[in-house]
Design a protein around this ligand. Structure first.
Ligand SMILES: Cc1ncc(COP(=O)(O)O)c(C=O)c1O
Length: 462
């Protein structure tokens, strides 16, 4: 028998008896440091920075990009990691799948999904690749995307189209701020047009990737309505929920999506990387293999290395090659930490309110505005604030802006949309309004220095 873990359901049949000794599985979900439980309830805002490892003068309004792990979660993860190393074989062979099952259980509870429809993947890119590479593509199939699609996901679809002759991409143009109703209408119009032309073109929309919250700009999308429409139209829907877990409540029990992937390592505060990957039972036959193919893959035609009697979805993801499991397991203490903070609702209320107030204050100081509609439909905990008018609004500034933000020890997600630069600011429990005020000052300084540079260049070339 090769390396790898024992699946949770098959452990008793596969473990050689010499290894199946009595053993107490370590407590899991493993707990947060004891000192937390004796502390008074935390107050949201800058005082919470003591639970993160940020350097003292670093101002972080960019939690949305890579997440940031609270120290108690790091501590719990590292302690578990140390214990794994006391006997790595025991962990991998006997404990990994069971501990992962506990993490899956907690995640499934969070999104109201059955536990056997939820697995953990390394990241959203990985999970969405898993879907797209499992689908059987035919000439004439269209993958429907949006112009705001996250780069790696667009590229995944492009790669599929590159290697499957006759498969094409179609992008729905999105220009923000627009409304949810307008986005849904655009989707409906696009689908209707493709259907109308189908006889002539031989093309049909097979699948669409919809972001729950887009990346840059960070905009809340009406993914539920879009998925319901796709269901009526027989179009497979893949929801890229990279930003949604821990930012907005997610109820997959009532959603019409076909596949859903959401990072825990962003807003849920676990260690990079760990992603909830949801495939409802009705679609599990479409995802025959994990990505890469697992030790538990059951080939009907070549069952030479089949380790279980029949294929099951969850087992495909218990072991997809050797990785460090501790980030996956850190999802559990991250959820404990969030409970200690006051729970999902309290966190969401604080962060959303701060995004609105902080965004408004930053826009006021910069003399600009935020990218949202009158109903405020587009903003969750990330708010997009336009750069000042004196900023050179040309797309090629990305590298320079990044460099200057690092020089100022300050981060936002800087993006270019519809001819203007903007700052995507992430409101997190460790931020308060002063972070946004500081951000406005930095952005104004960057704008002034770039404007000065542009003026000098004009003078030099005159
Ligand atoms: C909308 C969206 N999708 C996918 C991703 C990719 O996430 P990951 O790097 O975890 O695969 C991101 C990352 O920021 C994102 O914003």
């Amino acid at each position: 028998m090769g390396g790898g873990p024992i699946s949770s359901s098959s452990a008793s049949t596969v473990v050689p008896s010499s290894e199946a000794q009595p053993h107490t599985t370590p407590p899991s979900p493993f707990s947060l440091p004891d000192y937390l439980s004796s502390l008074p309830p935390p107050v949201f805002g800058r005082s919470l920075r003591q639970y993160w490892n940020f350097s003292s003068n670093y101002v972080n309004l960019n939690h949305g990009s890579y997440g940031s792990v609270p120290l108690p979660v790091l501590k719990a993860m590292r302690e578990r990691s140390d214990r794994i190393e006391e006997n790595p074989d025991r962990f991998i062979v006997l404990e990994a799948a069971k501990e992962l099952a506990l993490v899956r259980e907690r995640l499934a509870g969070l999104v109201n999904a059955p536990v056997d429809e939820v697995v953990v993947a390394p990241n959203a890119t990985h999970a969405i690749n898993t879907v797209l590479w499992n689908i059987k593509w035919q000439p004439g199939d269209i993958i429907l995307l949006f112009t705001t699609q996250y780069g790696a996901i667009f590229n995944t679809a492009a790669h599929i189209a590159d290697v499957n002759p006759g498969v094409t991409l179609l992008e729905i143009p999105l220009i923000f701020p627009t409304t949810h109703a307008e986005i849904v209408q655009l989707v409906k119009d696009t689908v209707a047009k493709v259907k109308k032309d189908e006889e002539k073109t031989g093309k049909k929309i097979k699948l669409s990737v919809v972001e729950a919250i887009s990346s840059i700009p960070g905009v809340v999308m009406p993914w539920r309505e879009i998925c319901t429409f796709y269901k009526q139209e027989g179009i497979l829907s893949v929801v890229d929920g990279a930003h949604e877990l821990g930012q907005l409540p997610v109820d997959l029990g009532t959603a019409d999506c076909d596949f859903w992937a959401g990072n825990a390592h962003k807003w849920l505060m676990s260690h990079r990387g760990g992603t909830l990957f949801f495939v409802p039972k009705r679609n599990q036959h479409l995802i025959l293999s994990s990505f890469p193919t697992s030790a538990f893959y059951y080939s009907k035609n070549y069952p030479k290395y089949a380790r279980t009697k029949e294929w099951t979805f969850v087992e495909q993801f218990d072991w997809t090659g050797t990785i460090d499991f501790s980030p996956f397991l850190s999802i559990s203490p991250a959820m404990d930490f969030r409970d200690w903070l006051g729970g999902e609702q309290a966190i969401t209320i604080y962060c959303h309110d701060l995004a609105l107030k902080g965004g408004a204050r930053m826009a006021e100081l910069l003399g600009t505005g935020i990218m949202d509609n009158k109903k405020g439909e587009l903003t969750a905990n990330m708010v997009n604030v336009y750069f000042p008018d004196n900023f050179p609004h040309v797309e090629s500034q990305g590298g320079i802006i990044n460099g200057l933000l690092f020089e100022h020890n300050f981060r936002v997600g800087a993006g270019f949309h519809d001819g203007r630069w903007f700052a995507r600011c992430s409101a997190q429990v460790f931020c308060d309004i002063t972070d946004f005020e500081h951000g406005a000052k930095v952005i104004q300084e960057i704008s002034n220095s770039l404007q000065k540079r542009a003026e000098e260049e004009t003078t030099d070339s005159a």
